[in-house]
Write a protein that binds this ligand. Structure first.
Ligand SMILES: NC(=O)c1ccc[n+]([C@@H]2O[C@H](COP(=O)([O-])OP(=O)(O)OC[C@H]3O[C@@H](n4cnc5c(N)ncnc54)[C@H](OP(=O)(O)O)[C@@H]3O)[C@@H](O)[C@H]2O)c1
Length: 320
């Protein structure tokens, strides 16, 4: 099979599209013929091994996983012994459970892991949304968001941000989305109740307070957003922030018991993809696709994702 292989860390130039043996499903695993995957910010960081501490997980000197890619959508191609949930030909989507492997024509995953049947009437590119939705929902669940809550989502145009707006609405919350001018219409389409253009207005001075402030793009801080929080309001961010403060502030928050800052780590499980499928089936969640690239041009997709300007997801079309 063809795969995008990175045997060393570096820029997208280190990626090599080449033949590698097709994986064989072990007992309890299914093999998926991949039609669509994505290049996300996690792939982009893993390719560069940036921040450096990622190497503790991804390999100190060289990558332990030489095929990246978290999201996949495709058809079941083969099943290992003991599999009963899927049969060859079934259309499925999900997340690679133990990290990466989807930037290839085939991947093997446990059938009891984060994989589920495709929603009816959807294209493969429409469902490779799990990475963003997973991170967004991890934070929303930590907030225990629900009807009557007010949330401000900063960076509402990225993969996590567009997911957070749609999922917050599906939880019944009132959403204020903060984006730049080109993304005002998008935020409206996604269902935001109020939209702030951060290029023309200081979103921290809008004179309103929220139950939750979610920095979906990791570009603001708790201290800037503090005036936006109700006395018992909670802040979360998706990135480490200056001086890794988004690691230390939640620690301080839990030591003092004030719970003002949280930084939950997502756990991949079947529940996650079943939840996303249910939202898509209910018409509450739609993919926001910025660009599509064939697998052969995946290095260009990485270059684009590296600009930190993508809107929603960047889809890689793998096999027809
Ligand atoms: N916690 C984790 O384990 C985890 C996992 C995955 C990703 N992440 C992090 O989460 C963050 C978001 O990931 P993502 O994939 O959703 O990002 P993304 O899709 O790359 O976000 C890009 C979007 O953010 C907007 N943006 C860029 N700079 C901005 C700023 N200063 N203020 C407001 N909006 C800005 C851009 O539009 P404009 O510039 O036009 O506004 C663009 O639409 C990244 O920092 C990523 O590293 C964390």
């Amino acid at each position: 099979m063809k795969a995008a292989i990175n045997t060393r860390y570096g820029s997208p130039d280190v990626l090599d599209i080449r033949e590698t043996p097709k994986p064989e499903p072990k007992s309890g695993e299914v093999r998926v013929k991949i039609h669509a995957t994505t290049v996300g910010r996690t792939d982009s960081c893993a390719l560069k091994a940036h921040p450096f501490f990622m190497r503790l997980v991804t390999g100190l000197w060289r990558p332990k996983k030489t095929i990246l890619g978290l999201d996949f959508a495709g058809t079941i191609d083969a099943v290992g012994s003991g599999c009963t949930r899927f049969s060859p030909g079934d259309r499925v989507f999900g997340l690679t459970p133990d990290g990466f492997g989807a930037h290839a024509e085939y991947v093997c995953v446990p059938e009891g892991g984060p994989i589920t049947a495709m929603p009816a009437g959807k294209d493969f590119g429409d469902v490779v949304v799990c990475e963003g939705a997973w991170y967004a929902d991890t934070n929303l669940k930590k907030f225990k968001i629900g009807p009557g809550h007010k949330i401000l989502i900063y960076g509402a145009s990225g993969a996590i941000g567009t997911s957070a707006v749609q999922l917050s609405k599906s939880y019944g919350a009132e959403v204020t989305a903060v984006v730049s001018t080109p993304h005002l219409d998008l935020a409206k389409r996604l269902g935001a109740d109020r939209i702030i253009d951060y290029t023309v207005e200081d979103f921290t001075k809008i004179g309103e307070q929220f139950d939750f402030v979610f920095d979906a793009v990791g570009k603001t801080t708790f201290f800037k957003c503090r005036p936006l929080l109700k006395p018992d309001g909670v802040f979360a961010a998706t990135d480490l922030g200056p001086y890794w403060q988004n690691i230390f502030l939640p620690l301080w928050s839990s030591i003092t018991g004030n719970g003002r800052v949280v930084f939950p780590m997502p756990e991949s499980s079947r529940t996650v993809v079943d939840f996303i499928k249910a939202r898509i089936d209910a018409g509450e969640f739609n993919a926001v696709i910025d660009r599509r690239y064939p697998l052969q041009e995946i290095a260009d997709a990485y270059r684009y994702v590296g600009t930190e300007q993508k809107v929603g997801i960047v889809v890689i079309d793998v096999l027809p």
